[in-house]
Design a protein around this ligand. Structure first.
Ligand SMILES: *Cc1c(COP(=O)(O)O)cnc(C)c1O
Length: 224
């Protein structure tokens, strides 16, 4: 089967310590089951209702990651299920996640999405916004979320040089936070994940220090 062999090929390429998120957005449950049968347990979705429907229908030991732009009014759909949200780009969204986490008596792990691309269409915080957010009083009051790292998407381009530079920039920011060179109110013992790299650029992302790659079309085929 194609999914099985694609998955095997990518797993063989993963560097040590890099987690694979199989991005199953728009794909049917059968595709997820095929990857599950090969041992894959971490899946990424970008539509809250779709994540909920799949989580309800598929094995309980799947870790569901929310990877796409998330609207506050949709957090309620994923709050009981989600294992990691990659796409936190503002305080108000984080506050909503915290509120829903309290309702479900859990702590929800999140990544802060950082804007690194030279494109207008991508979401994310810049460095100054990140620093302001994680040093705010309002942030400190959120007890039911845990910031466990950063996420970024590189420019969609053929220029490996540009992509590499953007990933390197994100890695540098990650390291500055991790080492305390940028002072924050984060729990640094839990700050371990650098989510960068998709089908087109995961090799470069790993070379630049990614610990989590989000791969869809190279596993499941092109989306409609
Ligand atoms: C769709 C998506 C991916 C996977 O993209 P592919 O190019 O299919 O690997 C990764 N990250 C995010 C945020 C996405 O929306």
């Amino acid at each position: 089967m194609l999914i099985a062999s694609n998955l095997q090929r990518i797993k063989n390429e993963l560097q040590k310590g890099v987690t694979l998120v199989a991005v199953s957005k728009t794909k049917p449950n059968e595709a997820i089951k095929a990857a599950y049968a090969e041992g894959q347990r971490v899946f990424g979705e970008n539509r809250p209702q779709e994540l909920k429907a799949k989580a309800d229908a598929l094995p309980q030991d799947i870790e569901w990651h929310m990877i796409g732009h998330l609207q506050s009014n949709k957090v309620k759909y994923i709050a009981p299920y989600v294992s990691l949200i990659h796409s936190i780009d503002k305080l108000s969204l984080l506050q909503e996640v915290n509120k829903r986490a309290i309702q479900h008596q859990r702590v929800i792990r999140v990544l802060l999405q950082i804007y690194i691309a030279k494109e207008d269409s991508k979401f994310g915080l810049n460095k100054d916004e990140l620093i302001e957010l994680v040093n705010s009083e309002a942030f400190q009051r959120l007890k039911n979320i845990q910031v466990v790292g950063l996420m970024g998407m590189a420019t969609n381009t053929d220029s490996d040089l540009l992509v590499r530079g953007e990933f390197a920039e994100l890695k540098q920011l990650f390291d500055q936070i991790k080492k305390g060179e940028i002072s924050t109110r984060l729990d640094l013992t839990q700050f371990t994940i650098l989510s960068m790299g998709m089908s087109g650029d995961y090799t470069i992302a790993m070379e630049e220090g990614s610990t989590m790659v989000r791969i869809g079309s190279s596993i499941f085929g092109l989306r409609d």
